[in-house]
Ligand binder design. Structure first.
Ligand SMILES: [Zn+2]
Length: 268
């Protein structure tokens, strides 16, 4: 199968999952994306962590999605940092701002986002950033927090205007593209990808949403990520194999707590 052995894949299944080659590498976010979710330590975190503990190849992230910011606004920095010390928690997030749905008041989203940036800074874990229709305020939070000290953002499922990627890259961000990059009308997203250096790129599925062409409109699944990878390779004018090698390497460099499966040693 096309380049699967080298593909670092990130799926989004009500949360986030990565796959690498034959080994299934899953990164699931703690909270649900749904605004009706309850606090994560009682629900999704427990379930996600149990899944990660049960399978060597499954890893999880820990965070409060902006949709859930209001109900999880009381979670403090110490609590995030403490829970993130679990050996299978490999990132903070998804955290960020979603002004498309506005499920939580914007000031609350910003405060909860800042707490999680601080958690990323303190733990040294990457921060998976969700930003929708909120470029300016996302930049404001990322840059002002950067002045407090370094951390590494991952701008996931990139669909924002170019300015967010530009400013993010300047503070060391990685940028992850979904099946949207294959869509006919997505010239703006492809133009963003063209400007992202090869060593800062990732691909993801955002499953079950955003299936790439030729599966657009159908439920997305991990195997389809090769089409996203192919589109990204065309944009960057490299071979699919080279793109796969890059995204795999980037994945392991970013998610340092993830143990490399056989065949993915550091020198590959
Ligand atoms: Zn997201």
């Amino acid at each position: 199968m096309l380049a699967l052995g080298l593909v670092a894949r990130w799926i989004h299944l009500a949360s986030s999952i990565f796959l690498v080659g034959g080994a299934v590498m899953i990164v699931m976010a703690g909270p649900s994306d749904r605004p009706t979710a309850r606090r994560w330590e009682r629900r999704t975190l427990a379930a996600t962590r149990a899944l990660a503990e049960a399978h060597d190849e499954v890893w999880c992230t820990l965070g409060t999605h902006p949709h859930n910011a209001a109900e999880e606004a009381d979670i403090g920095l110490d609590e995030y940092v403490g829970l993130a010390s679990h050996p299978k928690v490999v990132a903070i997030g998804e955290a960020g701002l979603d002004y498309h749905y506005d499920f939580a008041p914007r000031e609350v989203q910003q405060a909860v986002f800042r707490t999680q940036v601080a958690a990323a800074r303190l733990t040294g874990l990457p921060l998976v950033v969700h930003s929708r229709d909120a470029e300016e305020d996302t930049i404001a939070v990322l840059e002002s927090e950067r002045e407090q000290g370094a951390y590494t953002p991952l701008l996931h499922c990139y669909s924002s205007r170019a300015i967010l990627a530009e400013r993010g890259l300047a503070i060391g961000a990685y940028v992850s593209f979904s099946g949207m990059i294959t869509f006919k009308g997505a010239d703006e997203i492809r133009e963003v990808a063209r400007r992202v250096p090869l060593d800062r790129l990732l691909v993801e599925t955002d499953a079950p949403y955003l299936a790439p062409v030729p599966y657009r409109g159908k439920p997305n699944e991990p195997a389809y990520v090769v089409h996203t990878l192919g589109a990204l390779a065309r944009v960057k004018n490299v071979t699919v194999e080279e793109m796969a090698r890059q995204t795999s390497g980037n994945f392991f460099r970013l998610f340092r707590k993830v143990v490399r499966p056989p065949g993915y040693e550091a020198d590959r």
